[in-house]
Design a protein around this ligand. Structure first.
Ligand SMILES: Cc1cc2nc3c(=O)[nH]c(=O)nc-3n(C[C@H](O)[C@H](O)[C@H](O)COP(=O)(O)OP(=O)(O)OC[C@H]3O[C@@H](n4cnc5c(N)ncnc54)[C@H](O)[C@@H]3O)c2cc1C
Length: 329
């Protein structure tokens, strides 16, 4: 497969990349999809799989993980050459195609569509030496499997919307939930703050976690320290660190793409400043840009149609409607 030149290689399997994959298939393009994460879905899978989304057209309310599952089903129509757990590093232009280099191999492609979202993202950590010993076992940066927290003493760190949402959601099934914030004011929406205050969640402010005690990956206790050095030790079976994410364009920064505040500048055709390289979704910026799932869905067909006309100038820019492409049964 590596030697085969595909029509488009899509970098990033979030909602924009997945919908672009389907659209490329509908436009009869061969497509390769690469994501550095082990699972498809981008931010929806990584950051909020169990949250309801309310602002995707046609879905009054849908769980992020269910939207991803629908998108994956839809993308399969294109029969993409799928590469997960593989990070795109660099590219080289040959006569009529690109050689795309990842940390695991080289791939040939006529066009490139970057749907890399906020870039390869990583959760912001507490910064304690032994933090990594507990990661994935009793220390999480996102809530993926609610059952993990059933009947557990859960501690949530953070003061933003996500931290408060998780605290509220988990108090229904956990044995106890304690919300610890390093400041005495929350950045979360005031209605969430009020809901937490009215709930059984125990709130502790102006405290930092300065030590994690436990062994074999299992947390036992946390040491919380105030500014004046006063310490408090609390019990914890599960710790959720919700300090947000650090995202970085990483290797894509070296491509010579025109950037504005870490986003790739595109024109109305979703073309970057490099011929044959397109971008869509959260990674892009242009006048009037809003970063939403719905806008990524709008940008995908534009990017794909212009990518097709880049290597096949005779192709129709305006796609046929799906109602005409597919059999009505
Ligand atoms: C907590 C939270 C709640 C949200 N709620 C909503 C909501 O209610 N409604 C809404 O519209 N939006 C919401 N959003 C925003 C929404 O998630 C984003 O707009 C959407 O995920 C953007 O999709 P995308 O496909 O462009 O990028 P992403 O979802 O970020 O996917 C990009 C993918 O590219 C991959 N990637 C990056 N660099 C590379 C590389 N070099 N090589 C290989 N792969 C790479 C990443 O691993 C990632 O999987 C929310 C975001 C958060 C954090």
């Amino acid at each position: 497969m590596k030697d085969e030149i595909v029509d488009v290689t899509i970098i990033g399997g979030g909602p924009t990349g997945l919908f672009s994959t389907f659209y490329a298939g509908m436009r009869q393009m061969s497509v390769r999809l690469i994501d550095s994460l082990p699972e498809l879905g981008g931010q929806l899978t990584e950051l909020y799989p169990d949250k309801y989304i309310y602002d995707v057209g046609g879905f009054p309310k849908i769980l992020a993980k269910d939207l991803v599952s629908n998108l994956v089903t839809q993308a399969q129509y294109a029969e993409p050459d799928l590469h997960l757990g593989e990070t795109v590093q660099s590219y080289e232009r040959k006569d009529d195609h690109f050689v795309l280099k990842t940390d695991q191999g080289e791939y040939l492609t006529r066009t490139i569509l970057i749907t890399a979202g906020v870039g390869a993202f990583q959760p912001r950590k507490i910064g304690l030496d032994n933090e990594a010993d507990f990661e994935g076992i009793s220390l999480q940066y996102a809530v993926r499997d609610l059952e993990k927290f059933r009947d557990q003493d859960v501690v949530v760190l953070g003061g933003g919307d996500s931290a408060l949402d998780w605290a509220l959601m988990l108090q229904e099934l956990a044995k106890s939930v304690t919300l610890v914030h390093r400041r005495n004011r929350f950045t979360a929406h005031e209605t969430s703050v009020q809901q937490v205050m009215d709930s059984p969640v125990e709130v502790k402010t102006s405290l930092n976690v300065t030590e994690i005690k436990g062994e074999n990956g299992q947390i036992d206790e946390l040491v919380l320290t105030a500014k004046d050095g006063t310490e408090e030790v609390i019990k914890a079976d599960q710790l959720i660190v919700n300090f947000g994410n650090i995202s970085s364009l990483g290797p894509l920064k070296e491509w010579g793409l025109e950037l504005e505040k870490n986003s790739i500048k595109v024109n109305a055709h979703m073309e970057t400043n490099i011929l044959g390289i397109f971008a869509a979704g959260d990674i892009t910026t242009f006048e009037g840009k809003v970063k939403l799932i719905a806008t990524g869905f709008g940008e995908a067909p534009v990017a794909i149609s212009y990518a097709k006309s880049f290597y096949d100038p005779k192709s129709r820019l305006q796609p046929k409607h799906s109602t005409s492409v597919f059999k009505q049964d």
